[in-house]
Design a protein around this ligand. Sequence first.
Ligand code: BYC
Length: 318
Amino acid sequence: MVQEMDLLKRFDAYIDSDQKIEAKDWMPDAYRKTLIRQISQHAHSEIIGMLPEGNWITRAPSLQRKAILLAKVQDEAGHGLYLYSAAETLGVNREELLDALHKGKAKYSSIFNYPTLTWADMGAIGWLVDGAAIMNQVPLCKCSYGPYARAMVRVCKEESFHQRQGFQIMLNLCNGTKEQKEMAQDALNRWWWPSLMMFGPNDESSMHSAQSMKWKIKRFSNDELRQRFVDMSVPQAELLGLTIPDEQLKWNEATGHYDFGPIDWSEFEAVVSGNGPCNRERLATRVKAHENGEWVRAAAAAHAAKVAKRKSLKTDAA
Ligand code: BYC
């Protein structure tokens, strides 16, 4: 019988040589747990992420904008489904994951606990929130766990369409009337800092980063990705003619990066622990949507059972 030490050696060799770990491969318990934690939080973020934008589908300013927003929100549902499926390959049950979300025991991204007050928020979310998601998620396409890495390839392609539609909304508003440009600036003011918080705590406080990077689940630290996001966003804001709400934001010739002001980590902690502006509302809406969807799940299960029965009758007859 292959001993645990040999299995661990083989696992480490796979990680070192950049080969993918697949669902049926042996893996250390802690690696499995870390993946379940990250992938399920990610899946929850996708489906909770539908809510702030879903609020604007009926209020989109034109039929074309409505169709685009509808497609985007549906994409987020699809991302949730790929990710729950990826989590299931690790031996967890989707109902259990959803139950933890609905009972307020599971985390999802802090960003979705902020309100969407104007149409410009649809632009700022696409530009900044999807932009931050891409920065964070493109490296996950190279994650050591095969099913997660493959799900992320498709997610990232769709996120880049989302980011461009958001930037285009911002561009149109910035080229519009004075009021429209003010609305775009106001949205940037409200979404900038929460977007920086999406990358998670500073490297010194990030309890999981070092191990996740050793396992090649994460390829870059929270601060590295946050810095890349700032560096990417500053010229985009300049192109829009908008001002990033940070007086300390300044190009640093020596480092070749933008320096930026301190993040309010007390706000981050409040939002992550359930006390952000919309935590309760988001959870209540999600639970209600789940309850309203009960008949769809029951119908799908009845249909699947019927198909399975028909197949087994055919096999018996053959
Ligand atoms: N919000 O040690 P750390 C999206 C938690 S984009 C809430 O650094 P890790 C979308 C963290 O989970 C958003 N919680 O952890 C975009 C951990 O808690 P636990 C989702 C956060 O895992 C557009 C603790 O703080 N994206 O879906 O190494 C439209 C310590 O943190 C946050 C992903 O999930 C936060 N902002 O790094 C629609 C991407 N930050 O588990 C949808 C995949 C940290 O110990 N996830 N925490 O209780 C990741 O890349 C990583 O999990 C993180 C955190 C960078 C988020």
